[in-house]
Design a binder for this molecule. Structure first.
Ligand code: SF4
Length: 458
């Protein structure tokens, strides 16, 4: 969006008003692929109707089905993979000139672990070559955006995501992200800081650091505790109020990282650690390692160092061969840990992922029943945890009118990351306060539901 706007295009959210439509796609699991294809087909309708002149498909679906998209959907004029951002201007027809989009900060390196995985074929799109992978180009994306890359925020102006790294070197057998996104590489430290400073100057008060694996940040250029150092540096930006990061890899959480979170007021006491399972045997088949005991020790330490920690995780249920005993182990673990937030995802069989070849696949029905059961366990935990918050006071970032009803306002506390966690509805504020979206207030929790809270501004 930043590149096309800089080249002079006017952006619109209304497809029916657009001359050029760009569909940014996901290809992580089958449901995401289906959603992407449905959207492309829907947008193709605008071309057939003659309102749009060009249809461009971008993102991960292109990395996987490049030729097939063009062959099966003739309305598509151009495709742009995740590593080809500089092609967006030519693809949209906005400017034929090649764009130079990387600043001198970008010097790509790799981690020894990633090089070893590459040698084992982790990133290969050929080694599992089946029909659905034909058309994926052999070259892995090696792109990283930079502080010099023009950007337009798709989030409200007070909050922004910053991607600090791209790609992933882990061998998780259910996941094709490494083949789609390439080997792990970090953005330069100075580049991330420069971008955060610029965003803060433009009014952003909350920053969420993302990447497929944020906790490996900096390892490719020899930085130890790179994420902790980066957080420390960002915490010095005066006008930022909340900083957090998502997607921590369990065995990459260092003491220094925990201490850094604990020491800085601006770094939210919030950790998102997708554990994927708790049974050691299931985790072994997932090639993730760990297990309930190891995780429990790690979580005890996290809670000791950061006493007000909000802990989020996600699990995959119904992984091939998941026995009832393994599933029960997972449920027991969830009961024991009492996560603040938890997501449960049904295993999705992906051609190209190592788990595709595993035996003892569970039926979709069984997987869904286990997912519902696990979510039921968490619902009770969440209900209890939210109830314990009634009467307590927190800082609240007001988001604006509630999406559910215009009679309520909605906000978030440090316990709530943007978009993924429950909501805080605000139904009361002092007469002299005129609530402004994007501003911080002190609130008191007055009511609780299974996942959501109700608060008044005090
Ligand atoms: S760490 Fe995440 S992105 Fe990387 S392979 Fe595992 S699940 Fe996929």
């Amino acid at each position: 969006m930043g590149l096309v706007a800089q080249a002079g295009a006017e952006l619109t959210k209304r497809a029916e008003d657009a001359d050029v439509i760009v569909v940014n796609t996901c290809s992580f699991i089958e449901s995401a692929q289906q959603e992407s294809v449905n959207t492309i087909l829907e947008m193709a309708g605008h071309k057939t109707a003659g309102t749009a002149k060009k249809l461009v498909v971008a993102g991960c679906l292109v990395e996987r089905f490049r030729d097939q998209i063009r062959k099966d959907i003739p309305e598509v004029d151009a495709v742009v993979g995740t590593g080809e951002l500089e092609k967006i201007l030519a693809a949209t027809g906005i400017s034929p000139a090649p764009t130079k989009i990387n600043s001198p900060f970008v010097v790509l390196q790799s981690r020894p672990e990633g090089d070893a995985r590459a040698a084992q074929g982790r990133f290969s799109r050929d080694s599992w070559a089946r029909e659905s992978w034909t058309g994926a180009v052999g070259d892995l994306p090696n792109y990283l955006y930079d502080d010099a890359t023009p950007r337009i925020l798709a989030t409200p102006r007070h909050t922004a995501y910053i991607k600090i790294a791209e790609g992933c070197d882990h061998p998780c057998t259910f996941c094709i992200i490494p083949q789609l996104r390439g080997q792990f590489r970090s953005r330069r430290f100075e580049s991330v800081v420069a971008e955060a400073e610029r965003l803060a100057q433009s009014g952003v008060r909350e920053i969420t650091l993302i990447g497929q694996d944020t906790t490996c940040y900096g390892e490719d250029f020899g930085l130890r505790d790179g994420l902790a150092r980066l957080l420390e540096k960002l915490a010095r930006i005066e006008t930022l109020r909340w900083i957090r990061f998502l997607y921590a890899y369990p065995n990459k959480i260092t003491d220094k990282l925990l201490e850094t979170i604990a020491q800085h007021q601006k770094i939210c006491s919030y950790m998102d650690v997708p554990l994927q399972h708790a049974s050691a045997s299931a985790l072994k088949r997932m090639k993730r390692g760990g297990g309930a005991e190891v995780f429990l020790r790690a979580i005890t330490k996290m809670r000791r160092v950061i006493p007000d920690l909000t802990l989020r995780t996600s699990f995959i249920v119904g992984f091939p061969g998941e026995t009832e005993k393994e599933f029960e182990e997972l449920c027991d673990f969830v009961r024991e840990v009492q996560f603040d937030w938890m997501g449960a995802f049904s295993y999705s069989d992906q051609d190209g992922a190592a788990a595709f070849a595993l035996e003892k696949k569970l039926s979709a029905r069984e997987i869904e029943s286990r997912r519902k059961h696990l979510m039921g366990v968490q619902r009770q935990i969440s209900k209890k945890k939210k109830k314990a918050l009634v009467g307590r006071e927190f800082d609240l970032l007001l988001e604006g009118e509630s999406e559910e009803t215009e009679l309520l306002l909605e906000g978030r506390t440090p316990m709530h990351a943007p978009e993924i966690d429950g909501k805080v509805f605000v139904n009361e504020f002092p007469d002299e306060v005129k609530p402004q979206p994007g501003q911080f207030y002190r609130c008191q929790i007055t009511e609780s539901h299974d996942y959501d809270l109700v608060a008044k501004i005090v």
